[in-house]
Write a protein that binds this ligand. Structure first.
Ligand SMILES: Nc1ncnc2c1ncn2[C@@H]1O[C@H](COP(=O)(O)OP(=O)(O)OP(=O)(O)O)[C@@H](O)[C@H]1O
Length: 620
């Protein structure tokens, strides 16, 4: 096929990453989706059979009608009967098809629900291994391919199978020799069919992988839309998405080709059988073994065979398509998830803590500041990556502010990832409140923590949704209080829709500094016992930075605050500073102690901190 010529070179070579499922596992997975609906599918099958029987009865009724006309008998009764038969037959068929379509939608719905439920609980390393866009396409696109295989194909298989066997029995009763001839041809051409089947599955699998690739590529583009534009990368990125679209097309066409081969092999089988039966049957008539009437009847049965065989072919083809989708769905289902979803309960409980604390936007949950201890922690993100932590140890009793400083890549942010248990330490222990984080229920652990990431993610939606994201049950007063603390009250007043202003995709309608403050407000509203603040390297203007620093200092009086610090003004406020370098803690102390005692810190203080937009250089 010439379409292969159009395959663009830009297609990433790794689109074909979906594992093929062994047949037994495919069956098992498909059965799992089908099982809850088996009663309805059985009913649908029954209705389909009734519909067929009603259809078969119509010619008989028509025959009776003509006969009565011939005998000059009244036909009103039979006409009414025939009409009723037609209406009933149609209604039964419509009901059956509605039932199956509805069930098909339900299969898709339950597959989507189960997949979404799992994907949002995935462990972080699993998400980092995959492409979010591709995962999305498994929920949106692949699940739709389950529709037919779990419903229509089951019905086709049953009705086709029954029809096939019944017709074969009738043929066997007529003339076993001619049946042998028929089956011989069918088996021969069935070979072509068997050849096409796995190719349909393979082409569908690759086509779906390419659809996943389209989603991944689009996600990448829209995730950095300004960068794409600023880099003048529109044409290149379009080409890449287009390449994936072509790839999907190419394999879609391939699947269509093999489906056509499979479909027409049925017609061919019947035609060739017809000729063979005609030849051999003719000889048998000539020899007087069978009568002409028997040969004609046999040939009629041969044509009856088309429908059940087509139904069987359809069932098997749909199974191939479905098996390709199920492999991708199963792969997503098998990604490792966390033990429990961090529900809103922790946050709600924390926000509902002490009234005084809540009014300040820091409830504290009534259990005081958390302590954090790292005991000889070693960690790497993956087995094939170098260690990021090589025996990190420090102790942070709450409350107070602890700053982590060190060169870029020293492993500072990783400390937060381990505290939040986004990742698990490879060696050593991470303790929060003296308890190993692995022994904490994840929801409870994270319920105690407020986390402000360095890039301060803001989600699409309104400002209010963003603030309530980590504390859905916070009251209006708590929201207002936190807005004042994060110096967002002025902004909210300026906005025509106030808190209900839509902030755009990833908060693109807010300034960088505003996003930062929204992220801080969100974390504070959670009422954390432990605040993890990954300081932005820039973003805040002097006034707001000072204000936020005051807030953090205030919070640190009753909450444990860990800051990855990029500003001198922050470290000078810290009760203790942990200096990290190359995955180790090289020194712990106050700013003054470290300036005097640690050369790396002295250098950082003199260069890196001052180079940032940090205010409050008075510390030097
Ligand atoms: N999710 C990840 N998967 C693989 N490697 C990672 C991941 N996150 C960070 N790393 C690597 O781990 C190392 C430490 O990263 P970390 O973010 O902890 O550094 P950092 O000290 O916070 O740096 P910075 O000051 O630049 O933010 C870096 O070399 C980084 O490339």
């Amino acid at each position: 096929m010439s379409i292969t010529d159009t395959a663009p070179a830009a297609v990433p070579p790794d689109t074909d990453t979906t594992p093929r499922l062994p047949a037994r596992e495919t069956w098992r997975a498909l059965y799992r989706h089908f099982r809850p609906h088996r009663a309805v599918v059985a009913l649908g099958t029954l209705l389909a059979l009734f519909g067929t029987v009603a259809g078969l009865a119509q010619p008989l009724a028509a025959k009776a009608l003509v006969e009565r006309l011939g005998r000059d008998e009244p036909i009103t009764g039979i006409l009414l009967g025939l009409t009723a038969l037609v209406v009933a037959g149609t209604a039964i068929q419509a009901a059956g098809s509605y039932l199956l379509e509805r069930t098909a939608e339900s299969v898709v719905l339950s597959a989507r629900r189960s997949l979404v439920g799992r994907l949002l609980r995935l462990r972080l390393p699993e998400v980092e291994r995959t492409q979010p866009g591709d995962l999305m396409s498994r929920i949106t696109s692949d699940t739709t391919l389950l529709r037919a295989v779990t419903t229509e194909s089951v019905v086709s298989a049953v009705t086709g199978g029954l029809g096939f066997v019944a017709t074969l029995v009738m043929m066997a009763l007529m003339d076993p020799v001619l049946l042998g001839t028929t089956l011989g041809v069918i088996v021969l051409i069935g070979g072509a069919f068997a050849f096409a089947m796995p190719r349909i599955a393979e082409a569908t699998r690759r086509s779906q992988a390419a659809v996943g690739e389209i989603s991944s590529r689009l996600e990448r583009v829209f995730g950095a839309f300004r960068t794409v534009k600023a880099s003048g990368a529109e044409a290149r990125e379009t080409a890449v998405v287009e390449a994936a679209a072509r790839e999907a097309w190419r394999h879609g066409v391939k699947a269509a080709k093999w489906q056509a081969v499979a479909g027409s092999s049925v017609g061919l089988a019947v035609q060739v059988s017809f000729l063979a039966v005609l030849g051999i049957g003719g000889a048998r008539v000539a020899a007087g073994t069978i009568t002409v009437a028997e040969l004609i009847a046999f040939l009629l049965y041969l044509f009856y065979l088309i429908e059940p065989v087509s139904a069987l072919v359809q069932a098997v083809t749909q199974y191939q398509v479905g098996s390709a989708a199920i492999a991708r769905i199963e792969e997503a289902e098998r990604l490792e998830v966390e033990d429990a979803a961090p529900g809103p309960t922790g946050a709600a409980a924390a926000v509902a803590g002490t009234a005084a604390g809540a009014a300040r936007g820091v409830a504290g949950g009534g259990r005081g500041p958390a302590s954090v201890v790292f005991e000889d922690v070693s960690f790497r993100y993956r087995d094939d990556l170098p260690y990021v932590h090589r025996g990190v140890s420090f102790e942070v009793p709450g409350p107070g502010m602890t700053a982590f400083v060190g060169p870029s890549g020293a492993g500072k942010t990783t400390v937060f990832g381990l505290v939040e248990r986004f990742y698990e330490a490879t060696g050593g222990r991470v303790l929060v409140d003296g308890r190993d984080v692995r022994r904490w229920p994840v929801a409870e652990l994270r319920g105690a923590i407020g986390y402000v990431e360095q890039d301060a993610p803001v989600l699409a939606g309104t400002l209010r949704e963003n603030l309530l994201f980590a504390a859905p049950d916070a009251t209006e007063e708590q929201v207002r209080a936190v807005l004042v603390r994060a110096r967002l009250d002025g902004l909210v007043e300026r906005l025509p829709d106030g808190l209900d202003t839509v902030v755009g995709h990833r908060g693109s309608k807010l300034s960088g500094g505003e996003r930062q403050r929204v992220a801080v407000a969100r974390a504070l509203l959670r009422g954390p016992r432990l605040l993890l603040l990954d300081e932005a390297t820039s973003q805040l203007d002097a006034v707001n930075e000072q204000a936020l620093r005051d807030v953090v200092a205030e919070v640190a009086r009753e909450v444990t605050v860990l800051v990855v610090a990029h500003r001198l003004s922050t470290v000078t406020l810290a009760d203790r500073i942990v200096v990290m370098d190359g995955g180790r803690v090289r020194a712990v102390g106050t700013h003054e102690e470290l300036v005097a005692g640690d050369p790396l810190y002295g250098e950082l203080a003199a260069t890196q901190f001052l180079a940032s937009r940090g205010q409050g250089v008075s510390g030097t």
